[in-house]
Every structure is written in C-alpha cells, then in structure tokens.
Design a protein around this ligand. Structure first.
Ligand SMILES: [Zn+2]
Length: 594
C-alpha cells in the first residue's frame, strides 16, 4: 500500500510534502540569495565573451546556467505550490513577492547569454553545436538560434523593448476587465454575484434550465464590455503586425510556427484534415440532441453530462490508473508509484485551495509534483491519469536531459498526458463492469476530443480572419470580430447546434487571443499525435513500449518532427493526420451505439 492511502474513501488527508523541494521558507530564501549571487557572478564572468568561448568553456558555462536554472525553479515551485493549496498562506504570499523580485534580478543578470549566443556568427556557432562536449545541449543551442534571422540590431531591439509596457497595458486592461465582470445569478441555491469562469462552469451541470440561464447571463454581462475588449485586441494585433513587418515574418502565424518548431505546411495540412472531419462532431451533436429529447442541441448543452457514471473514489481511481500503466510498462508504473509513495500529490479539495489540477515539473534535479481536486467523478479519474502522464514525462526526461533540454516543445507537452488518458480509457472499456459508466466515459472523452481538436482549430481560423482584416487596414471592431467568430463557429457546428444571439461575444473573454496568438493549434496537434501513437501501440503491442519510453526521456532535446519521426510519423505527409482522426471516429461509433 502506498504511503498516501487516505483513511476515508475519498482524497481526505492526501496532502503533499513540499519539504522534498525546500525544507522551509528560510531554506528557500537562502537558496534564492545564493542563486542570485551566482547569477550575478555568471554575468560578471561571461558578459561580452560568449562569441569567444570554445566548446569546453561553453559547456562549462551551460552547466553553471543549468545549476542556476534548477535552483531558481526549485524556489519558484516551492512558493508556487504552497500558494496553490492555500491562498491564505501569508508566509508564502510574502515570500512570493521576494521570489518575484529575485527572479527579475536573476533574469536581468542572465539575459545577455542567450542574446549573445544568438548573435554569434554561423561560422563560429555551427562547429560548437556539433562539438561532442556540447552534445547534451545540442538541440537547445541550435534551436535558440532559429529566431536569428528575425532579431534586429541591438539598439533597435532596445527601443522595441522600451515600448513593451504599452503592449502589456492593453493586456492588463483586458485581464482586469474580464476578471472584474460580475453578474447576479441564481443556480437554485440563491442569487449571488458570479464571475465569467463561474458562469462558464455551469455548462457541466445536469440542470438544463440552469445551463441555459448561465450562458445567457454570461452574454448579457459581456455585452457592455464589447468595445473595450475589442479595442484591446485591435491594439495588440496592430502592434504584432508592425513587429512582424520589422522582424521580417511573412505571416502573422509564422512566429508561432517557428517557436513550435513546426513547418507552416505541416500545420496547414493538419488544420485542413481536421476541418474536413467537422462532420464527425456534427453527427455527435445531432445524436446528443436526440438522446436528450431535443429537436436541436443548444450551445449550452454541448458539454452537458448524459448520465453520470459511477463514483470513482480516490483510492480506486489511483488503483485503476496504476493497473492501466502497469500493463503498458513496469517503468511508467514505477515512476507513477513514486509520486504517491513520496507524497508528491495533493488531492484533497479544501477551503482556500486553487481549483483544477496540474503537474509541476519543479526542476531537473527534483521530482514532479501533482495537484488534484479529487471529488470522486469519472472526470477526476481521467485527471489522475492525465497529470501522471505529465509526471512520467518530466521524471523520465529529467533523468536523461539537462535543465536546459528537459522541457518538451509546446506541441508535444500534452502528448504523454493524453496518451496516459487513453491507456486508462482502454482499460476501463475492457474491465469496467458498469455499462453506464463505460458509456459516460466514452462520451466524455469524445466531447473533450472534439473541444480540443475541432474547437481549438476553429479558433485559429478566427484569429487568421482577424489578422487578415487588420493587415488590410480594417479595424477589429466588436461587430467585425463577431462576424468572423460566428462564421467560423457555423462552419464547425453546421446545422447541428443552435448558437444563441449572445454568442456573438463568445470571442471576447478568451485570454489566448490576447496573450499568445495562435496558441491553440498546439492542443489539436498534441491530441491527434497521441491518438496516432495510441493507434501504433495497438498495432505494434509491446514493440511500441521501448520507443515510447525513449520518447518520454527525450524531453526537449529534439524537435517535434524528429521525435514523432522516430515512430515513423511523417509530419510532412498530409495523410498522417487521418490516423488520429480515424481514432476519434472509432470513439464516435462507440458513442453512437448507446
Ligand atoms: Zn495537461
């Protein structure tokens, strides 16, 4: 039995032991002080010299940098994790301010290194990248330089960075406006003021009138802010287009592709393949309406539960996940068990704890920690699998990679978590005795797949419309954005969904558009990549396991194309995406049977 087995049937008492990261605030403070001093010493030693370092000296500098990075991540994680389980932890709150300041100081001392490295001539850099002394950080060194053609001379870069506070001001205005929105709403327990997120969370409730009313309340609450939110977006898009012109990017999505290390043609082919299968979602929404006894599904019913499935108490959920993992590989079972055995999970929902779930990698010389809010639902079971999937990725990559190369590229981050869910999904379909639970799980996974693959792709198309219009000199007014938004949504939902009038403002509160343009296709990419890997696992059986463990251990030391190429997945081949989409279709057929 694991050390974490709670005394009750649920997750009561399952708290993590953060002393594995830092023993207390005093120790974390001391580590922070030492690390800032190390960062400043690094600055004094290396500033102005990067172009002159030979392979041995550069390897030594990177090793120092990795050590500093590990220590900073350790301190940052310690305080962040403490805050996440207790927002009223005053000691942690005070220390967080100190850590924030310390991170800025360390960042200022270290920033020169990457900039100098990017500026080194190719003729000097390439032999270093190829040098055996630098093999552990080869991909890190070469991939940092991919932005080189778009970096401007030093004095111009400085001028551009001086205007950044103005851009942040628009982002802050957006964030403040959305987070300050409150609307009175009665979910049946009495009227209270609700935030945007609170109103959105009602889409999962079984009570249909409450779902419909919550969405309507949200749109009414958003309406008066339409001009401010569209102006924030318009200003940010205009700035980005100007920056792109100065930096010589040929399209507004190009910086994102470059950052993701993906060829534009690969992503184009993926999105076209996804769009060609929108009909799958429409078939499901039509069936769902029928199951609910409705003529047509309303947007508020999109994620409505169709039957609950049985309860998944924490201990049982962990047991199911471990069983599924153990069948795949004893290695990932070992890694997952250690999370429980070493008390690196906090599962009990309680007052003052943040909502949701996440896995924190902490640092390359530490082990990952997992936060859950386990309330015994089927969704919680999959969340345990999901976060442990991230955990095994971090744990295995940190064993083989450096602090600078352990983190997978964004497009692959959600692959191990989704794959872990698929392992548990298949185990449940094979072993779960309760048919209603199996069906609830199938539908839950199907709908979350549609949201991830289809809806996130639809959002990218909306962004493309917006950037296209703005680059032709059209201001992004709330009505123009509404037009793009509704058109793209109609393309996705077809006639299968009733979109309420207020959904015209559905674009207005989504932070990705404001903070990181074209972010969302990475979700679709990762989801389809996991489904494709899972299809390969079904075909190849045990022969798949070794390469998959290698993939987990690769972390960020290779590009997505290389990592998936190792499985024979060719991202340049448009047909590649069919495999993952066929997996979704397989799930759809199961869901339609019920
Ligand atoms: Zn995740």
């Amino acid at each position: 039995m694991t050390a974490l087995t709670p005394s009750g049937p649920n997750a009561a008492g399952v708290h993590w032991d953060l002393s594995l990261i830092c023993s207390d605030v005093a120790a974390a403070q001391q580590l922070l002080n030492e690390t800032i001093a190390a960062a400043e010493a690094f600055d004094a030693t290396y500033r102005g010299t990067v172009a002159t370092l030979d392979a041995t000296a550069l390897a030594a500098a990177l090793a120092e940098l990795a050590e500093i990075s590990n220590a900073l991540h350790r301190v940052r994680s310690y305080v962040g994790l403490r805050r996440s389980v207790d927002v009223n932890d005053d000691e942690a709150r005070d220390f967080e301010t100190v850590v924030d300041q310390g991170m800025v100081r360390a960042g200022n001392a270290l920033r020169f290194f990457d900039l100098e490295w990017i500026a080194v001539d190719d003729a000097v850099a390439q032999p270093l990248i190829d040098a055996p002394e630098l093999a552990a950080n080869r991909h890190h060194l070469s991939s940092e330089r991919r932005f080189r053609p778009h970096v401007l001379p030093d004095d111009q870069e400085r001028m551009l960075s001086e205007r950044e506070p103005v851009v942040s001001a628009w982002q802050n205005l957006f964030a403040q406006t959305v987070s300050n929105i409150r609307a009175p709403f009665d979910d049946g327990t009495g009227e209270t003021e609700k935030t945007v997120d609170e109103l959105l969370s009602y889409v999962h409730t079984t009570n249909r009138p409450v779902r419909l009313a919550a969405l309507e309340t949200l749109y009414v609450a958003l309406e008066p802010h339409g001009d401010v939110l569209s102006t924030c977006y318009d200003s940010i898009v205009a700035d980005r287009l100007t920056m792109d012109r100065l930096r010589g990017y040929d399209s507004p999505i190009a910086p994102r592709h470059l950052s993701n290390e993906l060829e534009p043609s690969w992503v184009d082919a993926m999105m076209e393949a996804i769009e060609s299968r929108y009909g799958m979602a429409q078939r499901w929404f039509t069936k769902k309406a029928e199951l609910m006894g409705l003529e047509k599904l309303h947007l508020a019913d999109q994620y409505a539960p169709l039957g609950e499935g049985r309860a998944m108490p924490y201990v049982e959920a962990c047991g199911i996940v471990e069983d599924a993992f153990g069948r795949f590989s004893p290695e990932i079972l070992r890694v997952s068990k250690s999370v429980f055995d070493e008390q690196r999970v906090d599962a009990e929902p309680r007052q003052g704890k943040r909502g949701g779930a996440f896995c924190a990698s902490v640092a390359q010389d530490a082990q990952p920690f997992i936060m859950l809010n386990h309330t015994d639902t089927l969704r919680d079971l999959m969340t345990v699998a999901h976060e442990l999937g991230h955990g095994m990725h971090f744990a295995l990559s940190s064993e083989r990679q450096t602090a600078l190369s352990m983190h997978a590229p964004l497009a692959l981050c959600e692959v191990p978590s989704t794959f872990a869910e698929l392992l548990v999904f298949d185990r449940m379909l094979a072993e779960e005795p309760d048919a209603a639970t199996r069906m609830a799980l199938i539908r839950q996974e199907l709908e979350s797949g549609f949201a991830t693959v289809f809806r996130q792709t639809m959002m990218v198309r909306y962004e493309q419309d917006a950037y296209g219009a703005r680059s032709e000199g059209q201001a992004l007014t709330k009505d123009r954005l509404a037009e793009f938004w509704i058109a793209r949504n109609k393309a996705y939902y077809g006639d299968s969904m009733e979109l309420p009038e207020g959904y015209r403002r559905g674009w207005s509160y989504i932070p990705h558009f404001i903070n990181t343009r074209f972010y969302t296709y990475a979700y679709a990419f990762a989801h389809l990549a996991s489904l494709t890997l899972y299809a390969l696992y079904r075909e190849d059986g045990d022969a798949f396991v070794g390469p998959y463990l290698d993939f987990l251990a690769t972390g960020g030391s290779k590009s997505p194309g290389e990592q998936l190429g190792a499985f024979g997945i060719d991202l340049a081949d448009a047909a590649t995406w069919g495999k993952g989409l066929d997996e979704m279709e397989r799930m759809l057929e199961l869901a339609l049977e019920g």
